[in-house]
Design a protein around this ligand. Structure first.
Ligand code: HEM
Ligand SMILES: *[C@@H]1O[C@H](CO)[C@@H](O)[C@H](O)[C@H]1NC(C)=O
Ligand SMILES: *[C@@H]1O[C@H](CO)[C@@H](O)[C@H](O)[C@H]1NC(C)=O
Length: 320
């Protein structure tokens, strides 16, 4: 069916129909694996718990993996595909190269699920559940992960470069990057609260450290020790200087005293339209966690492949 048309009135009804069909075909369900793979959720949860207890940062990495999957043509496992001689995927896109991690944990979970329920649980769903379990393991609120996503047979490096927001963005750039995916500015602020966990490389915050004025002076001085003006590109610093392995609201408290690590972080509290929301989350951790969980459900619903679209990959790194 042609879901693009240019004539006026029929076009409206056609797009309404296409919209409704799109909703129906994109329907995910919390009980999707209840009979086909009853141990799917518990298998993922225990693998994530053990990964996070050996390295707390892995929880942050798995959360980010889901974000970088969903913002690039939907939550379809496209980020997991390895480049080959004749295939260029998303792993080496600028925001991902030498940065995104967690692939080994996903592989481990996938192989456990392939032995329990072969060909049933998609890689895209594993990433979505692992993100939720990571947040919970580090102290965030839980949410029900809707399931039934299928895996892509393609990936797009150019879409990854175009759709994943850069840390150099201004507040209006951040608002529009998220608006392009259907999120409000308030949801963008909540989702940015992900930076209450995890680490960033010197190369992504050096310019802020040496060139910006709205950075706390003592904070900047201490960061400079491991992030010199040249060299040390891959040296890590926590995104939340206070409690980097705890999913709390310290990120927002840091922004209020100019301790945002990334330029984009501090943009959320720099005299603009999102200051009030930062103050609200800084003052109320429970509201932040609830809004975050709701925004994550919404992110997980971005353009899933369902029905006869896509496939259930046997190995998350390559198409079947
Ligand atoms: C608002 C726009 C955002 C920008 C500009 C941004 C940018 C970045 C950058 C530059 C890093 C460090 C990468 C590196 O050092 O290689 C990072 C890390 C991280 N981001 Fe974001 N991000 C944004 C939103 C989000 C969202 C929405 C999530 C999750 C829902 C997220 C989750 C994370 C996590 C957890 C880390 C730490 C990962 C780790 O330690 O492995 N970010 N982000
Ligand atoms: C891509 O390359 C692999 C070997 O690296 C080969 O097996 C496969 O058939 C190639 N696919 C296409 C479509 O050329
Ligand atoms: C810088 O951080 C200190 C706490 O470490 C805080 O007392 C001070 O108010 C901050 N400065 C600014 C300008 O926010």
């Amino acid at each position: 069916m042609a879901c693009e048309s240019s004539s006026a009135k029929p076009a409206f009804f056609l797009s309404l129909l296409c919209f409704l069909l799109g909703m129906a075909s994109a329907q995910l369900s919390g009980t999707f694996y209840s009979s086909s793979c009853p141990s799917a959720l518990s298998t993922i949860k225990s693998a994530v718990s053990s990964a996070v207890s050996s390295e707390a940062r892995m929880g942050a990495s798995l959360l980010r993996l889901h974000f970088h999957d969903c913002f690039v043509n939907g939550c379809d496992g496209s980020i997991l595909l390895d480049d080959t001689a004749n295939f260029t995927g998303e792993k080496n896109a600028a925001p991902n190269a030498n940065s995104v991690r967690g692939f080994d944990v996903i592989d481990t979970i996938k192989s456990q699920l392939e032995s329990k329920c072969p060909g049933v649980v998609s890689c895209a769903d594993i990433v979505a559940v692992a993100a939720r379990d990571s947040v919970v393991a580090l102290g965030g609120s839980s949410w029900t992960v809707l399931l039934g996503r299928r895996d892509s047979t393609t990936a797009s490096q150019s879409a990854a470069n175009a759709n994943i927001p850069a840390p150099t963005l201004s507040l209006s750039g951040l608002i529009s990057a998220f608006s392009n995916k259907g999120f409000t500015a308030k949801e963008m602020v909540a989702l940015s609260g992900s930076h209450t966990i995890g680490q960033a490389r010197c190369t992504v915050f050096r310019a802020r450290l040496y060139n910006e004025n709205n950075i706390n002076a003592t904070f900047a001085t201490s960061l400079k020790a491991s992030c010199p003006s040249s060299g040390g590109d891959n040296n890590l610093s926590p995104l939340d200087t206070t409690s980097p392995t705890s999913f709390d609201n310290a990120y927002f408290k840091n922004l209020q005293i100019q301790k945002g690590l990334l330029h984009s972080d501090q943009q959320l509290f720099s005299g603009g339209s999102t200051d009030a929301q930062v103050n609200a989350y800084s003052g109320n951790a429970a509201t932040f966690k609830t809004d975050f969980a709701n925004a994550m459900v919404k992110m997980g619903n971005l353009s899933p492949l369902t029905g006869s679209n896509g496939q259930i990959r046997k190995n998350c790194r390559r198409v079947n």
